[in-house]
Design a protein around this ligand. Structure first.
Ligand SMILES: Cc1cc2nc3c(=O)[nH]c(=O)nc-3n(C[C@H](O)[C@H](O)[C@H](O)COP(=O)(O)OP(=O)(O)OC[C@H]3O[C@@H](n4cnc5c(N)ncnc54)[C@H](O)[C@@H]3O)c2cc1C
Length: 456
C-alpha cells in the first residue's frame, strides 16, 4: 500500500450530486478537494448514458426549480451556468381518461365547494414562511390535508404530487417537508430539464472542481475510514491510503458508519438512528425509444386510482394493478437533442416494491397503461429498456431508493439525521442527511448547509 502525503484539504467519498455540490462550494472557497467515486462515472443517480443515439438518464429527472433553485446557485458559483440550459416544464395530470393541469383543471372535475377548499389549502401552504412549515414536520400529510378536504380526486392529486416530490405516500410523508417542496416550487415556477440530459449537470460541476486543483478519482471505492482518538485520520482505497483530517461521505449513512468506519467508534443511540433509517420508495423505470413522436406532453403523471391507501397496500403486497400510477416525462419534447432527429424518447416510471418477484408483470402493466394514454404507440416502438430497483441499488446502494432517506414524519427537520457525526472530522452529505426539498435539491441543500459548518 502506498502512503501518500495528502496535498488535499479534505476528502469526499462519492461523486453524487451531493458530493459534487459540496466539492464545488469548497473549491470555490479555496479548498483543494479529493473525491473518491466507486463508479466509473460522476453524478451518482444524476447521470445519463447513450443507446442508439438516445441520451438516457439513470433517473427520471425533472428538477424542481432548475436554475432558480439550489442547483442554479451551485452552477453560478462554478461559473458554469451557461453549460446547462434548462427547458421549463408545466406538468399535466391524468386520471380516468381526463388530462388536466393541477390545480386549476380540477375546477371542472370536482364540486365547486371542494375546489374552493383545495385552493384555500394551497393558499395556506404557499403563504407560510419556512419557519412556519416546521410546525408541521411531525404531522403526516394526509392528516394535514384532511383539515381542508376529503374530496377523493383532490386527495389523490395531492398524494400523486407527494409521490413525485418525496417518493413516499401522503400518509407517511411529513406535511412540513411537503409544504416546503410545494411552496418553493410554486414560488419559482421553473421545473425543468437540462438540454444535454442530466449528465451535463454533473460533468459541469466535476470540471469546475478539477479546474480548481481538486482531484476526482473514479473506479476508486473507499474501503475504510481510519479513526484514531475519536478523529478521522484517512481513507483506504484498494492499493492506496489518503491521509485526511476531514472526510465527508456522500454515500449511504449505513455504509459509511457501519461498513466503512466501524460500530466501535459510535455511541449506541447514534448507531440505532443510522440502523433504523427508512428510505424512500423504489421504482421500475421504462425508457421507450420511438420511431416518431407519439406523445405531445412534456411531463404527465397518471393517477391509477383515487384510493391511495388501497393502491399503496396492493403495491406493497406486490399485486400488480391494471391501471398503474406512472410518472411519464418525455425528455425529447423539451430537449430534442436527447433523441436522434425525428425520434422520440419517452419514459414511464412506477413505484414498485424493492423485493418484487414480478418485474415482467409490472413492466407489462405499465405498457398497457400507456396503451390507454397513447393508443397505437406500440407500432412506433424501436425498443423498451428498463431500470429496476436492483439496478439502482447496484449503482448507488440504499436498496434502490429513488431519493435517499425518506422524508417521513420522524426523518425531517430537527429529526433528520444531521451531517455531523460523533466522530471528529467525519460528516455526511447528500439526500440521506440534512437538507430539505425535492431529490436533487435535497442533496444540494445538504451540501450547502454542511459547507457553512465546515468553513465556519
Ligand atoms: C429513477 C430515479 C428517478 C429520480 N427522479 C428524480 C427527479 O425527477 N427529480 C429529482 O430532483 N430527483 C430525482 N431522483 C432523486 C435524485 O436523483 C437523488 O435524490 C439524488 O441524486 C441523490 O444524490 P446524492 O448525492 O445524495 O446520492 P447518490 O446519487 O446516491 O450519490 C452517492 C455516490 O456515492 C458513491 N459511493 C457510494 N459508496 C461509495 C464508496 N464506498 N466509495 C466511493 N463512492 C461511493 C456512489 O457510487 C454515488 O455516486 C430520482 C432518482 C432515481 C433513482
Amino acid at each position: 500500500m502506498n502512503a501518500i502525503k495528502s496535498p488535499y484539504d479534505l476528502a469526499i467519498i462519492g461523486a453524487g450530486i451531493g458530493g459534487l455540490a459540496l466539492g464545488t462550494i469548497l473549491s470555490a472557497r479555496g479548498k483543494r478537494v479529493l473525491i473518491l467515486e466507486k463508479n466509473s462515472w460522476v453524478g451518482g443517480r444524476v447521470t445519463s448514458y447513450e443507446r442508439d443515439g438516445f441520451q438516457i438518464d439513470l433517473g427520471a429527472h425533472v428538477i424542481s426549480r432548475s436554475d432558480k433553485g439550489p442547483l442554479g446557485e451551485i452552477l453560478r458559483l462554478a461559473g458554469k451556468e451557461n453549460r446547462v440550459t434548462f427547458q421549463y416544464v408545466r406538468p399535466l395530470t391524468s386520471f380516468q381518461g381526463k388530462i388536466f393541469a393541477f390545480p386549476r383543471g380540477l375546477e371542472e372535475l370536482i364540486p365547486g365547494r371542494d375546489f374552493q377548499d383545495l385552493m384555500r389549502m394551497l393558499q395556506t401552504m404557499t403563504s407560510m414562511t419556512d419557519a412556519e412549515t416546521h410546525e408541521f414536520d411531525l404531522e403526516d400529510l394526509r392528516s394535514y390535508i384532511q383539515r381542508f378536504t376529503r374530496n377523493p380526486l383532490s386527495v389523490s392529486c395531492l398524494n400523486n404530487i407527494c409521490m413525485v416530490y418525496v417518493c413516499l405516500p401522503y400518509f407517511e410523508a411529513s406535511a412540513g417537508e411537503f409544504i416546503r417542496c410545494l411552496k418553493w416550487e410554486a414560488g419559482a415556477r421553473a421545473s425543468g430539464y437540462p438540454e444535454g440530459g442530466c449528465r451535463s449537470i454533473s460533468e459541469a460541476l466535476a470540471d469546475f472542481i478539477r479546474e480548481k486543483g481538486g482531484k476526482i478519482l473514479t473506479t476508486a471505492p473507499a474501503a475504510k475510514i481510519l479513526v484514531r482518538d475519536n478523529a478521522v485520520r484517512g481513507l483506504e482505497s484498494p492499493g492506496a491510503f489518503f491521509p485526511a483530517r476531514t472526510i465527508i461521505s456522500n454515500a449511504d449513512p449505513y455504509h459509511t458508519v457501519i461498513e466503512l468506519t466501524g460500530r466501535e467508534f459510535f455511541p449506541d443511540d447514534y448507531l440505532e438512528k443510522v440502523q433504523s433509517l427508512t428510505y424512500s420508495y423504489s421504482m421500475l423505470n421504462l425508457r421507450l425509444a420511438l420511431k416518431e413522436p407519439v406523445a405531445s406532453w412534456k411531463l404527465l403523471t397518471h393517477i391509477g386510482s383515487d384510493n391511495p391507501e388501497l393502491y399503496e397496500e396492493n403495491t406493497r403486497a406486490d399485486l400488480v394493478p391494471d391501471d398503474v400510477s406512472i410518472f411519464c416525462p418525455v425528455p425529447s419534447n423539451f430537449a430534442p437533442a436527447v433523441a436522434p432527429p425525428g425520434r422520440q424518447l419517452l419514459t414511464a416510471g412506477a413505484i414498485i416494491p424493492y423485493s418484487t418477484s414480478r418485474i415482467e408483470e409490472w413492466r407489462e402493466a405499465i405498457l398497457k397503461t400507456l396503451d390507454r394514454l397513447i393508443p397505437g404507440y406500440r407500432d412506433k416502438l424501436l425498443w423498451v429498456e428498463k431500470t429496476t430497483p436492483a439496478d439502482i441499488n447496484q449503482a448507488v446502494g440504499e436498496s434502490g431508493a429513488i431519493i435517499g432517506a425518506g422524508q417521513s414524519t420522524g426523518q425531517v427537520g430537527k429529526n433528520r439525521l444531521p451531517s455531523e457525526t460523533p466522530v471528529q472530522g467525519l460528516y455526511l452529505c447528500g439526500s440521506e442527511a440534512g437538507g430539505s426539498g425535492v431529490g436533487i435539491e435535497l442533496a444540494i441543500r445538504s451540501a450547502q448547509d454542511l459547507a457553512e459548518k465546515i468553513c465556519r
